[in-house]
Design a protein around this ligand. Structure first.
Ligand code: CA
Length: 236
């Protein structure tokens, strides 16, 4: 089938959004930019679609019928780490989600422009693909610190022998901290190096992902130096 030629190069995006006008506008814009887009309109079908199409990225609304975006995010990330951009209705909702450390890589508050969303999608995919390319070019050896074992080539983490599922951003952040254990890394520096952001407006994003890492790896693994940043403190 000649129409399938080159299809493996097309990145797949899953949009989970129950407001039809928004879902259609987002899907149209992303298709125009060359992505293959699938839309799901509720929580359960979002999880099912993620399983079926194995998307490269998920755009996920928070308020959904069935179960909400938090639960969708949890379920799809538990099965297969995938970058997630979450859509929220209000800024306060974003603050709440950042505080909950649900494992989204980026947030966008409604109303947003589809152009802005497309820009965020490209930025997040670029970041993930760059990390993978570096990985392929020079597979890094495993990092072992105490009970913690990080395998950058396979992007897997084990703690005391048990595999821990991390989102792509959580993994990149952990690797960054693990390269310099017991060294305090400023939030602005982590933001620049892990997220590629030049301005400091997203430092709460760093806090959110640190919170998620603590929840998964244990509270004492990462030390907070108030007003400065974070360091990895695994005992040997
Ligand atoms: Ca909604």
């Amino acid at each position: 089938m000649h129409t399938l030629r080159g299809m493996t190069d097309v990145r797949r995006i899953l949009v989970v959004e129950d407001e039809r006008a928004i879902a259609e506008a987002v899907a149209a814009r992303l298709r125009a930019e060359g992505f293959a887009v699938e839309v799901a309109a509720d929580g359960p079908s979002g999880v099912a679609a993620a399983r079926r199409i194995r998307p490269d990225l998920v755009v996920l609304d928070i308020m959904l019928p069935g179960f909400d975006g938090l639960e969708v995010c949890r379920r799809i990330q538990a099965e297969r780490p995938v970058p997630v951009i979450m859509l929220t209705a209000r800024d306060e909702e974003t603050d709440l989600l950042v505080g909950l450390a649900v494992g989204a890589d980026d947030y966008l508050t409604k109303p947003f422009s589809v152009r802005e969303l497309a820009a965020r999608v490209h930025a997040l995919l670029r970041r993930m693909e760059k990390a993978l390319a570096v990985n392929r070019a020079e597979p890094a050896p495993s990092i072992v610190i105490g009970d913690l074992e990080i395998n950058p080539a396979e992007r897997r983490v084990r703690l005391g022998g048990a595999e821990i599922h991390l989102t792509p951003t959580e993994f990149d952040l952990l690797v960054h901290l693990a390269h310099r254990p017991r060294t305090v890394l400023p939030r602005e520096r982590l933001l620049a190096e892990v997220w590629g952001w030049a301005d400091a407006s997203g430092t709460r994003t760093v806090d959110s992902h640190i919170k998620a890492l603590r929840r998964k790896l244990g509270a004492d693994v990462i030390r907070t130096v108030h007003g400065v940043g974070y360091s990895l403190e695994v005992s040997r």
